[in-house]
Ligand binder design. Sequence first.
Ligand code: PLP
Length: 486
Amino acid sequence: MLRYLRRLADKDLALDRTMIPLGSCTMKLNATTEMIPVTWPDFANIHPHAPLEDVAGYLQLIDELERDLCEITGYDAVSLQPNAGSQGEFAGLLAIRAYHRSRGDLQRTVCLIPSSAHGTNAASAVMAGMEVVVVSCDTHGNVDLADLTSKCEKVGDRLAALMITYPSTHGVFEAAVGEICDVVHRHGGQVYVDGANLNALVGLAKPGHFGADVSHLNLHKTFCIPHGGGGPGVGPVAVRAHLAPFLPGDPLATQPSAVGAASAVGAASAVGAVSASRFGSAGILPISWTYIRLMGGDGLRRATQQAIANANYVSRRLAGHFPTLYSGNESLVAHECILDLREITRSTGVTVDDVAKRLMDYGFHAPTMSFPVGGTLMVEPTESESLAELDRFCDAMIAIRAEIARVESGEWTADDSPLRHAPHTVEDTVGEWQRPYDRQLALFPLPHLRSRGYFPPVSRIDAAHGDRNLVCSCEPLEALATARYG
Ligand SMILES: *Cc1c(COP(=O)(O)O)cnc(C)c1O
């Protein structure tokens, strides 16, 4: 089993090997210390529905974590029940709807969402029974205040909420965020701040104080729960006091709770539950608890500052090679930057896919591709990366830009360039070679890569074709039956 797991790990370009600069995803290098308690039977072997008297330790950990998250965000109450950021959005929007209903505002069902938003925002709004109206962004990637005001006026007393992301998915601190919140409140709406980018805020600013009513956080981004390859996650929903009675309730509760007590253990709530157990993915909460305790308040603030500094360092070092699409005050970005490749693609045919695949030859996981803007790469280094690793990444990107220049000058066609043939596998070290570039460049484009130790297990596949043509690779059931009993 150990050797099998090792073999799988060897195929993986994971955080224990290199940075994963996936913008919007906050891929931190988690401390092993944070992970160990998850394996302790005292945490691992508790049933989600165990009687409360058996889980005093868990309840203490949950209580302390909830308090820490309230302190960090400036909100009054938090529920750890949602199992993902998107589920936190859903729970937050249910709270907003229930709040409006409780005041007799049954018609408040319209949710304004800027065009820059993460796709989950609109999906959650629709699931919560709301109608989505899109607000446009200006050329700097900020919410267009004039359009917001006019949409608020048009929607009138049907306005339920605005969902915005701060800092935005464009990687900038939206300077007008306070004003944006005011406009929505003046029209009777609630402000939902998508808190998935909290890694740019912790210790510096609190959404609960700058005008938001509710946010979800992603413990599997900002608070260190590893999330490569999927779940489990925790997407707590945090609210100001007036929304606290509408937090998710206990799915096992039989008694409706008193008003204001929805988040109490064993209580039902006006909006019901969003997950099958009261505390969702409680088994991984020790990771975030440990992270917060190890860092302390000052450490958390320093991590935020470092994350922002790192993103700005990458943006500046690459500026002459890959321009950053959006920036705010003094051309600074938040904790991530969008590198614009559209001009390069137009003039050379080299695409974001080519650059992403070529980065694997340089030993790096790809950044986020074509989100939130098509034809761009979004880089989020996080605070985990040292200057040496940031430079290694920038050196790779600059070397790739020099390769693109050789396509530009006509030396190679895009189709027969190391970019299009990337990634190169161990198979490329042997056999015939008829490419217009040499093997040395293909496999070891920079000198330090001679000891790279990682080769992608397969070369480029046609991902879209694969998605559209599913092939089952399992043996038929009969084959197993014959082998066992035949
Ligand atoms: C990641 C993310 C989400 C969704 O979180 P999940 O846990 O993947 O459901 C929502 N909004 C933004 C801005 C995000 O980056």
